[in-house]
Design a protein. Structure first.
Length: 133
């Protein structure tokens, strides 16, 4: 992989998240609370041979998210990352075809959607807020 490609992926996927956190944390500290939601990917933990820089950048986003949450949780700032799975779009069609995901993606998306419509978790089982103090 060309180093310039690596640097560009890190700039877009990791540096941008760091700069976003850096820009909003002062205002959140001033108001006493806030929530930051960062975007990760299942590639952060996939360990696949393709998309090495992308997966590495998303794993770093998860690490950064934990550090921000640890550093500012006691000050009322929550920081979490979401890790969406495969997304079917015109831009990802080529990737899905090259990795074979296109064969089972419609089934996964339909199954996940159906499961989310039929099974609901009662609110009494949801996690309670935990203080980091």
């Amino acid at each position: 992989m060309d180093v310039s490609v690596w640097d560009e992926i890190m700039a877009v996927n990791l540096r941008s998240v760091m700069l976003g956190c850096k820009s909003v944390i002062p205002a959140m500290l001033a108001q006493g609370s806030g929530t930051i939601i960062n975007m990760s990917s299942t590639r952060a933990v996939a360990g696949a041979l393709d998309l090495v820089a992308y997966g590495t950048s998303k794993a770093a986003v998860e690490a950064l998210t934990r550090y921000v949450a640890t550093a500012h949780g006691a000050q009322g700032i929550r920081c979490n990352a979401v890790r969406p799975g495969a997304i079917n779009s015109s831009k990802t069609a080529g990737l899905h075809a090259s990795t074979g995901v296109d064969r089972f993606l419609p089934h996964l998306l339909t199954r996940s959607w159906a499961r989310s419509r039929t099974s609901r978790t009662p609110s009494s089982t949801w996690p309670r807020r935990v203080s980091l103090r």
